[in-house]
Design a protein around this ligand. Structure first.
Ligand SMILES: C[S@@+](CC[C@H](N)C(=O)[O-])C[C@H]1O[C@@H](n2cnc3c(N)ncnc32)[C@H](O)[C@@H]1O
Length: 247
């Protein structure tokens, strides 16, 4: 069992499983409604955020991309549509999320370009300096060991390769913050409990966003790990942020 500190936010607070095991179990459980809930809860804004994040790679024209925490493959599929690389590999620890992703890749006729496979961000099964770019959408917040994941990503990036991360952040505008907190603390879990019968997954969503070191804190984590040209771009009043960095 891997480490779990007292301040680690986990999906099931009374469980003795590691955060990683709990996260995999939670996403396995909500996989069937995951895409639907994403569109609904973000009012489809997630599609705009995803596109903006991937445009950060337009100039670099990466040929081989690793999509970490790929889940049901939405970011990987959009990355292919926008950037037309030769290959995208998506890795995830939730088998059920991957199953849905694989079906979507097959249906979109992209199997020769996108491969989704089981894999852990904290022990990536690829050699050093393999990828032109690494992408992570709504994944880093769920890592058990954030620094280990970011170190592993840096290891598999080629020198000069680019990391693009899309992640929820906390709005800091008074009035908006209160509205956002009400939405995340009250409305989302109630709606999710009705639609997915899984309130705890969406309570975890709120707790994990609240605890995540967003904005400047996240940029300084990237800097401390030796990433260069780090930046943070806040979207939609700060509900979401795009981070980018170069190895
Ligand atoms: C919120 S979902 C995001 C899925 C997808 N990237 C998207 O944009 O919809 C988070 C995903 O992170 C995965 N995950 C969490 N920890 C991971 C790890 N250590 N390695 C790989 N995937 C992980 C979960 O299994 C889950 O599928």
């Amino acid at each position: 069992m891997s480490k779990q500190t007292s301040d680690t936010v986990v999906p099931f607070e009374s469980s003795s499983l590691s955060k990683k095991e709990q996260v995999a179990e939670m996403f396995d459980g909500i996989s069937g409604r995951y895409d639907y809930m994403n569109r609904l809860l973000s009012l489809r804004l997630d599609l705009i955020w995803r596109k903006k994040a991937l445009r950060q790679l337009a100039k670099e024209k990466p040929k081989i991309i690793l999509d970490v925490a790929t889940g049901t493959g939405d970011f990987a599929i959009m990355a292919y549509e926008l950037l037309k690389p030769d290959t995208i590999i998506g890795i995830d620890i939730s088998e059920k999320m991957l199953e849905i992703g694989k079906e979507k890749v097959l249906k979109s006729g992209l199997s020769s370009h996108i491969q989704l496979q089981s894999g852990d961000s904290e022990a990536i099964k690829f050699s050093d300096n393999t990828f032109d770019a690494v992408t992570v959408a709504f994944g880093v917040r769920n890592f058990e060991d954030l620094e280990m994941g970011l170190k592993e990503i840096k290891r598999v990036l080629k020198p000069g390769g680019k990391l693009v991360i899309l992640e929820f952040s906390k709005p800091k505008i008074s009035g908006i913050t209160q509205l956002y907190n009400w939405y995340m603390e009250k409305l989302v879990p109630n709606l999710a409990s009705f639609l997915t019968k899984n309130r705890s997954a969406y309570q975890y969503l709120n707790r994990s966003v609240q605890e995540f070191p967003d904005g400047k804190k996240f940029v300084s984590i990237l800097n401390n790990l030796g990433y260069e040209k780090t930046s943070c771009k806040r979207l939609s009043l700060g509900i979401c942020s795009i981070y980018s960095a170069i190895k």
